[in-house]
Design a protein around this ligand. Sequence first.
Ligand code: NAD
Length: 441
Amino acid sequence: MTDNISSSDNTEATSSPNTVDKASLSKNTPDMTRRALMGGGMGLAAAGALASGLSASKAQAALPPEVNQVPLTPAGRPIPYAIRPMPEDRRFGYAIVGLGKYALNQILPGFAGCQHSRIEALVSGNAGKAKMVAAEYGVDPRKIYNYDNFDKIANDPKIDAVYIILPNSLHAEFAVRAFKAGKHVMCEKPMATSVADCQRMIAAGKAANKKLMIGYRCHYDPMNRAAVQLIRDNQLGKLGMVTTDNSDVMDPNDPAQQWRLRHALAGGGSMMDIGIYGLNGTRYLLGEEPIEVRATIYSDPNDDRFREVEDRIMWQMRFRSGALAHGASSYSTTTTSRFSVQGDKAVLLMDPATGYYQNLISVQTPGHANQSMMPQFIMPANNQFSAQLDHLAEAVLNNTAVRSPGEEGMQDVRLIMAFYEAARTGRPVNTDWGYVRQGGY
Ligand code: NAD
């Protein structure tokens, strides 16, 4: 992607008064999608009149005046409000590092929904797999790198950013190498396995003057964003408590799970992998940082899976406002992903809260369960993976801050380390170290 690319570079877009400007390109388009799905508002009005027994001419008269101006023969129309993807060759180019389960099943397919981003290169330790994936996604086979010659990406100006989707303890090394190669970095959660590595990554990004974004996909999920918005709109009243659970049964026969059981690669167990959603979400939903934490860990000593990393953890967080939160994660109980956020007016339930698709939220007030469910149909048009990929592209394009920067990833890693310390010592740990989230919540 060249530096001066913007959506408004599109000649058609700049020459017509009916075109979409850059601002409208970068915002979500739920209304447009809804209209498209409903078949168009004006058509519905006419259909409604007819369905209610009016004759066609009476229905026409009942329509607003501008509808009567719609020609009855084929005619040109102004360009409608629409998603206007950038031409392929001007998009923000990603090199995907690691072709494992998440990369292959979520991130690579997610590019299909992008407006500003494209897959430019692949980095893998398995040449055969990389070649096959390159063929599937139309990536030039000359753009396949491995972990040893990775640094050569510095010579490829079409690679704007690197997306690191490797086991957790490898994130720091590849982020630092990517920054040295002059690229922006998107890095999967957890950001790293130690606070020191997080600091190293942030420093390398600053030295290279490149952006570092953590792949907290829920920050780009319309349902999670709607949840945060309704809290900010004070629909729950004063917030008092949050409860969250995140679990999955760990299958040691799944190759994608094996490194998760090795402390040197994963940095921890269920907390590092899935508990982190509850931690990050709690901070984001409450809109503040914890000042004290406690935790308890239990791993069955007879279960070979948990020789190196924890199975179950329960944690508590106390906030300056008086809000309390408790959460749990587990590798030995079946899938859960949920939040309950309790205010003095209403309770927000999110279940599933952090799934890949079709998260559900509802608001309960006393005596009225499940009052509002968020619409599902906006999801396919703007899924969280595409939105996340495009967010970094837009941030670079417009030189704006990313919503989930390295500092955000480091705060979670630091809090997880505090949970581990609290569980080990059996004592509360002070976490009032003055972290302030850039740009608010
Ligand atoms: P995976 O095991 O399926 O993929 C890891 C990839 O790294 C594989 O291609 C593997 O070959 C490669 N690799 C390179 N060096 C390796 C080594 N020394 N040991 C093991 N593998 C090595 O795992 P995954 O589920 O794709 O997870 C990768 C990263 O993505 C993790 O950081 C994980 O937390 C994150 N992730 C995020 C989400 C999310 O929803 N945001 C979901 C799943 C995974």
